[in-house]
Design a protein around this ligand. Sequence first.
Ligand code: RB5
Length: 145
Amino acid sequence: MIVAIGSDHGGFNLKEEIKKMLTQQNVEFRDFGTHSAEAIDYPEIASKIGQAVVSGECTRGIIICGTGIGVSIAANKIKGIRAALCHDEFSAQMSREHNDANILTMGERVIGAGLACMIVATWLKTDFAGGRHGRRVDKISQLEA
Ligand code: RB5
């Protein structure tokens, strides 16, 4: 498991907190920026993380912006990406079990670092359930054709 992580300026501080948590849990990650609180347009970061995941360079991605909304919308434009905006553990678990989400997005201006780290831990440890959910995810892929 290699996690691609990134944020815009609105998510920079939370990204740094999540990196600490990943390091503590021995989860390998690659940081695609941003590397400061200087303003950057969130589609640029969403594109980098999305490409890292669809290319196979990284297994899954985590993207943070102010709300988690902009990076989710942008990442979901990339073929093969299923980005889920989750601000609670139940949604994070379901996004993996039912939707096989390959990117998790969150908003630094919405939740605190403690909850965000719990969401990340749940999201990373949860496997896709397959079965009828596989059929449904296949139908999502067909929408991209
Ligand atoms: C940046 O101000 C903010 O718009 C961005 O971080 C994000 O919340 C967009 O969806």
